[in-house]
Design a protein around this ligand. Structure first.
Ligand SMILES: Nc1ncnc2c1ncn2[C@@H]1O[C@H](COP(=O)(O)OP(=O)(O)OP(=O)(O)O)[C@@H](O)[C@H]1O
Length: 265
């Protein structure tokens, strides 16, 4: 479904990504992790065609992404970027309906309204439908933005969802709710690609993890395969212990006591 082949990307002689390859299949949740500045958002922007000049190839459904029109792409692929700046006083319901723009010409249909409602209910924000978006808290805004991107691909047979640090600003419950919803969409055959900083969320929800380090793939595989004390130390320069999740059996990361002076290199 998503096939990233030997991607390199540079800005002014600085290589931000170097020879990155991975595949994500339908029904899979793929997490991209790595330290600040590792190239995660840049990689996502290439996959979503926000950035276009790169070497290598990115295919969606066996077609190179430059061959799609914007309209075609927006009908099956939705993107939740890291920053969503909304300045106009839109109602929450209006903002979510914007997710349906790729599906109607001039006026939203009954189905578009119904899907916007379902998406808002899915993220638990239906009661806020008539509020002005900019008056919501940061976490509430993030959940509404998720509803907007879900509405965009709600009734698509097989879609792809890109989420850049979607749990930022969310409390513990809503972080898990966000990833449960993403996981639910993979059960419908969707592919979800999500940038995460929390390795424990990645371990719990990802089928596959791509670990980036300085623009290169340091490790790729299932959480059990690549979440190890060694890889985490290599990638994040932090010593951790691993314990087993008591219910799910996946690895959970427990940082060791960080001593600033002895860890500086
Ligand atoms: N337009 C640009 N011009 C110069 N450098 C850039 C540009 N965009 C990104 N970079 C640099 O490329 C590197 C990768 O950035 P990117 O945003 O992809 O990292 P990231 O892994 O998403 O980081 P974070 O976890 O902090 O969000 C960083 O060092 C960043 O400063």
């Amino acid at each position: 479904m998503l096939d990233v082949r030997n991607i390199s990307y540079q800005i002014r002689n600085r290589k931000l990504l170097d020879g990155v390859s991975f595949q994500a299949k339908p029904g899979e949740l793929l997490a991209i992790v790595g330290a600040n500045g590792a190239g995660k958002s840049t990689l996502l922007k290439l996959c979503t065609r926000e950035l276009i000049k790169f070497t290598g190839e990115i295919q969606l459904f066996d077609r190179a992404i430059p061959s799609y029109s914007d309209k075609e792409l927006s009908q099956f692929r939705a993107v939740l970027p890291q920053q969503n700046s909304v300045v106009f006083p839109f109602l929450v319901s209006e903002l979510v309906l914007m997710g349906r723009y790729p599906h109607f010409e001039f006026h939203p249909s009954e189905q578009d309204f119904a899907i916007a409602e379902l998406a808002l209910k899915k993220v638990g924000m239906w009661d806020f439908a008539s509020r002005i978006f900019t008056t919501l808290s940061g976490g509430e805004q993030q959940r509404v933005q998720l509803a907007r991107v879900l509405a965009q691909i709600w009734d698509v047979e097989q879609g792809i969802l890109f989420l850049d640090e979607p749990t930022t600003g969310l409390d513990l419950l809503h972080q898990h709710q966000m990833l449960e919803i993403a996981h639910e969409f993979t059960k419908k055959g969707f592919c979800v690609v999500v940038i995460l900083h929390d390795l424990n969320l990645a371990a719990q929800y990802a089928d596959q993890i791509v670990m980036l380090r300085a623009g290169r793939v340091e490790a790729i595989g299932t959480p059990r395969e690549i979440i190890t004390e060694e890889t985490i130390h290599r990638v994040f320069n932090l010593k951790v212990w691993l314990i087993e999740h008591p219910e799910m059996g996946c690895p959970m990361v427990v940082p060791q006591h960080y001593q600033f002076s002895s860890n500086q290199q």
